[in-house]
Design a protein around this ligand. Sequence first.
Ligand code: NAG
Ligand code: NAG
Length: 275
Amino acid sequence: MKTSSEDYHLLSDDELLEDEPTFPLHRRTLQGRPRYVVPLILTLIGSLCLNVFFGTRNLQIPDFTHLSNSGRSYFAGLSRDVPTTFERGGVYFDDNETISNAAWDAIEYYHGTVALDHDYAASKGLPRSQNFPWDDTKGIYFLNGFHDLHCVKRIRRTMLQLRDGVPLTSPVSHSLHCLNSLRQDILCAADDTPLYTSYDHPGAVGFDQPRKCRSWEALEDWANERTACWRDINSGQHIDTLFRYRYCPEGSPYNEHIRAIFGEFEKGENASAFT
Ligand SMILES: *[C@@H]1O[C@H](CO)[C@@H](O)[C@H](O)[C@H]1NC(C)=O
Ligand SMILES: *[C@@H]1O[C@H](CO)[C@@H](O)[C@H](O)[C@H]1NC(C)=O
């Protein structure tokens, strides 16, 4: 069998723009086959083209069970029960950066800072954390998924600031730290989902492919029930950390204490000093 590298080269953009795209992986199989094979393959190719043309409509989503990892997350007890697809584009990838920036800016990660009972944390094998300022029986933790969200937001913003030649709001070293966190999470997750490959764009894999995810909203709910009342105000500035833990929800048992120290800090002349 002939196996030169020419037979296996990746499709280039130019090739994709040709009227008749080449399918190098199939080309060799057309030789020396019974007559019906060529029409059959042409039909298949036609079908493939239709798939590309109609996008995902032909991607079957019949049953997710084989796509789910039923294992529950260790802390919030979330299972993979939310049918989702790998995004092709969407607002986070919109060429119009008014739209994509707004989408990214709307991503919040402050919910991810939680106050967990020291006893609970110990029973789960977590290292002891610094005390929650309003309750010594609890420690402050930052949920890893929220840290990752913080990281991708930070990296994206830094990239665009570098592209635009404007002053950086956080040093490149922070983005490098974030990249290293994401690298470790990728290795740790060892995600074995096979992404399908298509001919419609070189290197484009998995577009619109179904999968099952844990519910991010359920994780937010779990975190909100344990909120450490944190906001990333004056990010990057060395303000008294306590200022960042004043944002307890209405009805929180800690509000009285917080108001006694800070007053109605969210109103009045200094409210906008912290954003
Ligand atoms: C980008 O989106 C914004 C908000 O929808 C819109 O006002 C603006 O005209 C768009 N810009 C371009 C260049 O399409
Ligand atoms: C606003 O901040 C200034 C400077 O820290 C302080 O002197 C002043 O009392 C504050 N005002 C209120 C209403 O908290």
